[in-house]
Design a protein around this ligand. Sequence first.
Ligand SMILES: C[S@@+](CC[C@H](N)C(=O)[O-])C[C@H]1O[C@@H](n2cnc3c(N)ncnc32)[C@H](O)[C@@H]1O
Length: 192
Amino acid sequence: MKLSTPEFRAMQSLPRRLGQRFFELPIFHQMGLDVRGKDILEIGCGSGYGAFLLNQLDPKSYVGLDVMEKQVELARRKYPQFEFLVQDATDLSQYESESKDVVIIFGVLHHIPDWRKAIDEIKRVLKPGGSLFLEEPRGVDIKVFDALFRWGHPDTDFGLKFLDAYLAECSLSIIYKQWTPLLTMYHIKKSD
Ligand SMILES: C[S@@+](CC[C@H](N)C(=O)[O-])C[C@H]1O[C@@H](n2cnc3c(N)ncnc32)[C@H](O)[C@@H]1O
């Protein structure tokens, strides 16, 4: 779902970029993120700062997708050298099954009412042994942000308990899970 204006503004802010660069990406590295020479897909790439960070790590290929045209336009304008698509994460049909080594998500599933379908699609496009690096807020944090900043998240049943249960149902293994005050970070693997 598209972002509200207050959340859209917050996502373009310096604190958001600093968080992604100096907090979230280092935790993903500690959890084993290694994209060198790999085919990677970023879901909900926003205005492209994740693309900038990830492409410094020498992937073989990078594609960033986001459902919001305004975000993708910004990303293309700032980083014309990288590939961005307007695309809903619940339909990745343009990608072959088992075509990506790594899928990475910086805070997106909680915006997708049918987030389970997005996980099904991620599982399908990941190669055997491929990794999903994921960060999401807890359900309660989303409500706090909406109350304080009127970010207006969609009404979904997303929450970490349901997420963990669905990952287990899909036979996706949680390799690492780290709670932090705002976000919970995951390294999830598809079996070989
Ligand atoms: C909280 S923002 C995070 C943006 C960026 N990853 C970051 O960390 O700054 C969530 C992003 O997910 C995108 N999004 C929401 N629903 C989506 C969907 N169904 N498919 C793809 N992207 C989606 C939004 O447009 C938005 O850019």
